[in-house]
Design a protein around this ligand. Structure first.
Ligand code: DX5
Ligand code: ZN
Length: 229
């Protein structure tokens, strides 16, 4: 039986943030993701209310489905997600993150994700305490910790979120959930990815801070080397 740490090292996953893709080269970039065995495609959904921006939506998800079989990692940065989850074409194996701050019906929203056949994660903004996890851990397969304030690519890490990753992994292990996914999202540069990995993260949203900076294939391989180190 592999030690938890060994198991975790095997489970590090890269989730390219599709809002950072070059829309005019998307098909080519999807081929690269397939060749590089990317595990999930991160789809940021924003409503201009929960966060001060709009990004990708239901039609984008429908189109992506036609272009690749890579599972999606849908990040809902929208108010009242429980009313809108059914708008999305979800598949078994997809991840769907619901922000604890976005609804007064968090547990209901997480259950809906599960009932639609996808895997629910609960997402927390940088300032939201880990106590928000207390009564939903049994409803989720993972936690998404924002390491920037959500809404835009290209932002800088909120420094105290590194300690929050450590605290969260310790909380999950302590509550009997060592296999729970811990995803990090925002300014996941190669340098920050190493610190986040050491703090206990295992899913890494890769955007303008890393794989999209220069050559995409090389960027993915550089991230793989950091996560395997
Ligand atoms: C921020 C988004 C991030 C972003 C990642 O709200 O959720 O996923 O696309 O891009 P960088 O690496 O620029 O933070
Ligand atoms: Zn995101």
């Amino acid at each position: 039986m592999l030690a938890d740490e060994e198991m975790r090292k095997m489970q590090k996953k890269i989730c390219p943030s599709l809002m950072c893709c070059d829309i005019f080269r998307l098909r080519e970039q999807l081929r690269i993701f397939e060749e590089e065995k990317i595990e999930y495609l991160h789809v940021d959904v924003m409503d201009g209310e929960f966060v001060p921006n709009y990004t990708l939506g239901t039609d984008f998800v429908r189109q992506i489905r036609r272009a690749t079989d890579i599972p999606l990692d849908i990040h809902l940065m929208i108010r009242e997600p429980e009313r809108k989850i059914s708008f999305f074409e979800l598949r078994e194996g997809d991840l769907v993150s619901v922000h604890a701050e976005s609804t007064v019906h968090l547990q209901r929203a997480l259950q809906q994700v599960r009932n639609q056949g996808a895997r629910p994660l609960v997402a927390l903004n940088p300032a939201t305490p880990l106590s928000a996890l207390d009564y939903v851990l049994e409803d989720v397969d993972g936690v998404l910790l924002m390491t920037v304030n959500p809404g835009y690519a290209g932002q800088k890490l909120v420094p105290q979120t590194l300690g929050k990753i450590t605290d969260c992994r310790r909380l999950l292990d302590g509550r009997g959930y060592p296999e729970m996914m811990l995803e990090v999202d925002g300014n996941v540069s190669l340098e920050n990815a190493l610190l986040m990995k050491q703090a206990g993260a295992d899913l890494f949203v890769a955007g303008s801070s890393s794989i999209f900076k220069n050559d995409l294939k090389e960027g993915i391989r550089a991230m793989r080397r950091v996560l395997a180190s």
